[in-house]
Design a protein around this ligand. Structure first.
Ligand code: OOB
Length: 530
């Protein structure tokens, strides 16, 4: 069972997009084909395909032995360590549904994920970047078990005796991915084996992955971009080698590229800019392709990538909800520099509609070449968020198109240029922040009457967050105090407002709503005065 109507599902099967293969079965066939090849390198360890396969079999058995059942949800919060792969493939084999948290998430987010999908366990690391993840996971109410890499409980999972298990339904929910969110807390995105494997397979092909490719995951691997665009899964699909970088900075990554002869990797624009700055000290001559996406890669940066890093730029515009667009490796330079690519599939349906009408349907398309709000539907784009009926009525059209919230223009070649956004989200160098989520945290402060969070243009990150706050009658809270307050509520550090402005009142629109547009204008004026 999944959210696609039967006629669409039948069509996607008939065209060979959905092949009825699970990720567990994929790993089995990879281990048969490439058993002795290196599958993954990370944390000083190198596992072959056969070894990864065996570890995943053990973890599948261990998880079931611990009392977790097929169909249960388990939050996975792992950094870039090889165990990410053995755990996720193990859960897939057991029919257990991983929920992909990012290492940056803290109590507030974890608790929300656990509550929302009634997760029974958390699989994490003992410690990462000086944060005690195991203790944090154990403090989340409702979680029956916590397994932390580096602790005996996890070692027991890895020591279980493998056994034959029934293959889960390929059209059923394989995992829950997180949305960047634009209203309140992050939504959960149900992806199936069928639909996700299709996007992985096509991404590997479009990005030119081969058996002798070496893919480096620089970004946190649980995110959709390094996971599947083409990501570690695309690399494994091609029988290539995956290298996991513990951190994405040039000082960490460049020596790894040199040592492991990395051919392809993917980054967000601010990282690409930092890598361009740092180039010259290492031999990066093996690097063939650098994917840049997650946020808009400006023309100026796009032009510097090839010359500085000696590789081909491939732009990628994707979303955890589904649709992924790539510039193609044989596209003319002009398209690669100026667009964010075209969809993976000829069955990806694109509608560009009236941007001023939030309820615009898939019929309200703007003339060709004009800017509009992007709607999409297709063989790997979800038809609804997990357990979110009310929100789904707004986020999807009646005929099943997802309202991406992005403003785009389409070229005659079918490539999309992302020019802005209509959703209330801040894109902080690829990290997505729902304004409302941060506003709610601020409003929990006793001295805050109202809060409005907006994006401020930033030279390095593209955007940063500014929180405007109207205080109650009592004492005026300071910016530092409010930032500390948000951090102490246990949210990911990237969501703590970069700037806080305490103001007597908010500008309002004609109907009396807080005018975020006016706040943004005021901020830009403020920046101009400095
Ligand atoms: C990727 O996925 P998410 O779910 O973190 O964020 C999706 C949103 C898009 O709706 C868009 O607003 C923005 O991120 N975005 C871009 C972009 N790529 C993503 N905006 C402008 N230019 C781009 N190239 O971010 C994601 C998922 C798979 C592959 C790559 C990125």
């Amino acid at each position: 069972m999944n959210g696609w109507p039967a006629d669409f599902a039948a069509r996607y099967r008939a065209s060979g997009h959905w092949r009825g293969q699970t990720f567990g079965a994929l790993l089995t066939s990879l281990a048969t084909a490439y058993g002795s090849r290196i599958a993954v390198v990370g944390e000083g360890r190198r596992w072959t395909y056969a070894e990864l396969d065996e570890r995943a079999h053990r973890i599948a058995a261990g998880v079931l032995d611990s009392g977790i059942e097929a169909g249960d949800r388990v939050v996975v919060q792992l950094p870039n360590v090889p165990e990410f792969l053995s755990v996720v493939f193990g859960l897939w084999r057991a029919g257990v549904v991983p929920v992909f948290a990012l290492p940056a998430h803290r109590e507030s987010e974890l608790q929300h994920f656990v509550e929302h999908c009634e997760a029974v366990a958390i699989i994490t690391v003992a410690e990462h970047e000086r944060h005690d993840h195991a203790a944090m996971a154990r403090a989340i109410p409702g979680v029956r078990q916590v397994f932390a890499v580096g602790e005996p409980g996890f070692a027991a999972l890895e020591a279980a005796t493998p056994r034959a298990l029934p293959d889960p339904d390929p059209s059923g929910m394989a995992f829950l991915q997180l949305s960047g969110g634009s209203t309140g807390l992050p939504k959960l995105i149900p992806r199936t084996h069928d639909d996700y494997l299709y996007s992985v397979r096509e991404s590997a092909r479009i990005c030119g992955l081969r058996g002798d490719s070496v893919y480096l995951a620089a970004l946190p691997v649980a995110h959709n971009f390094p996971l599947s665009s083409p990501g570690v899964l695309g690399a494994l699909h091609a029988g290539a080698k995956v290298v996991l970088a513990p951190r994405p900075d040039a000082a960490t990554v460049f020596p790894l590229i040199e040592r492991e002869a990395v051919t392809i990797t993917g980054v967000v624009p601010p990282l690409a800019a930092a890598w361009v700055q740092a180039s010259g000290r290492h031999d990066l001559s093996t690097l063939e392709v650098l994917l840049v996406g997650g946020a808009k890669c400006g023309r100026e940066l796009a032009e510097r990538i090839g010359p500085a890093l000696g590789c081909r730029l491939q732009q990628v515009f994707g979303m955890a909800e589904g649709l992924v667009c790539y510039t193609r490796l044989d596209d003319p330079d002009e398209l690669v520099l100026s667009t964010q690519g075209r969809p993976i599939s000829s069955d990806d349906e694109i509608r560009i509609v009236d941007p001023d009408d939030p309820a615009a349907t898939s019929a309200d398309v703007v003339p060709p070449g004009e800017v509009g709000a992007l709607l999409t539907r297709g063989p790997y784009t979800i038809r609804g968020y997990y357990r979110a009926d009310e929100h789904n009525r707004i986020a999807f059209t009646d005929d099943g198109f997802y309202r991406t919230g992005d403003l785009v223009r389409r070229t005659a070649t079918g490539h999309l240029e992302v020019v802005g956004r209509v959703k209330e989200q801040i894109n902080r160098g690829g990290e997505k922040i729902a304004a409302e989520e941060v506003e709610n945290h601020l409003m929990a402060h006793p001295a805050v009457l109202d809060a409005a969070v907006v994006a401020v243009p930033d030279r390095f990150l593209g955007e940063r967050t500014c929180a405007y706050v109207v205080p109650t009658d009592g004492e005026k809270p300071t910016a530092a105090e409010l930032r500390r307050f948000v951090r102490e509520r246990g949210v990911a550090a990237f969501k703590v407002p970069d700037l806080v402005q305490v103001v007597p009142e908010f500008p309002v629109t004609g109907v009396g709503k807080t005018s975020k547009r006016a706040l943004r204008t005021a901020l830009t004026a403020l920046a101009g005065e400095r």
